[in-house]
Design a protein around this ligand. Structure first.
Ligand SMILES: C[S@@+](CC[C@H](N)C(=O)[O-])C[C@H]1O[C@@H](n2cnc3c(N)ncnc32)[C@H](O)[C@@H]1O
Length: 261
């Protein structure tokens, strides 16, 4: 059951709110004669958020669901209390969130971006290796692709979140740097790349490695930002001197795959 919630976290988040409701109702009911209506509602919404957030942790959902679970009742309660709000801003906000994060609930790979220091290190890696082709799997807004493209290098990115892809495509067209495709990283051809880069999450790393080690050409390089491949010894780990102390894990494709002790 817990596996179902980890795979489809939105179900877990909904369950957390439903389970929290009777708990909060039971906890706040005795206060109904002692506390004014408005402060009582505020307290109930706060408790609802806290209990639901706690339940998302018990269900093993990622940390950002904790924040969503906490804020959701407060946002809904505020909207209801203020009253007479038009429905369209909520619809628009939902649509935007769906266009940006529709793939996050399925693939458990959220959007966060590689910083410029890391992109610059990746460019140096390509220069040192005389690599001319790179691919960013799940390229987000395409910052890495644009930073690495040029001076004889071809950088491409693949992205499947609609709004994120469109933004990356637009930025790439405006700057004339890199090539952005809409697509699923799992179905993307990696055979011609000298370097494949990914900044995803712990969830897909084992399966991703299975794909890359069989499909990438010998002598090419896979670099993962922050998330190592489980049970596979990287050839090198670089800790960068940027603010978030980015770690890059290097997996040369020709290297023998050594299981960890
Ligand atoms: C953490 S972001 C990294 C963005 C970019 N690579 C960077 O470093 O700035 C991961 C991206 O992968 C995208 N993504 C997740 N699953 C994907 C899939 N199956 N196919 C293509 N892109 C995917 C997400 O939408 C998100 O934009």
């Amino acid at each position: 059951m817990l596996v179902l919630f980890r795979k489809t976290p939105i179900l877990g988040a909904l369950l957390a709110q439903v389970v929290a409701l009777p708990i909060v109702a039971a906890a706040t009911a005795p206060l109904s004669t002692m506390v004014e209506r408005l402060p009582l509602i505020g307290l109930a919404l706060l408790l609802q958020g806290l209990v639901a957030a706690g339940i998302t942790r018990v269900l093993g959902l990622a940390r950002w669901w904790l924040v969503i679970a906490f804020l959701f009742p407060l946002a809904m309660g505020t909207a209801l209390l203020v009253g007479n709000l038009p429905a369209w801003p909520f619809g628009l906000a939902f649509l935007l969130l769906a266009l940006v994060f529709s793939n996050t609930t399925r693939g458990r790979i959220p959007l966060y971006l590689t910083n410029t220091e890391t992109a610059s290190v990746l460019r140096d890696v390509m220069k040192d290796r005389e690599a001319t082709r790179m691919l960013d799997l799940g390229c987000g807004l395409g910052g890495v692709v644009r930073a690495l493209d040029g001076e004889g290098r071809t950088a491409r990115g693949v992205e499947n979140a609609p709004a994120v892809y469109l933004t990356a495509r637009l930025l790439s067209a405006v700057t004339g740097r890199g090539e952005i495709r809409r697509g699923d990283l799992w179905k993307t051809d990696v055979a011609q790349e000298d370097m494949v880069y990914a900044f995803l999450s712990p969830a897909p790393m084992a399966a991703l490695w299975q794909k890359l080690k069989t499909e990438m050409k010998p002598g090419s390089l896979f670099v993962s930002n922050s998330f190592p491949v489980p049970d596979v010894e990287p050839d090198e780990i670089w800790e960068l001197q940027d603010a978030r102390k980015t770690k890059l894990f290097f997996y040369p494709i020709s290297a023998a795959v050594t299981p960890m002790e």
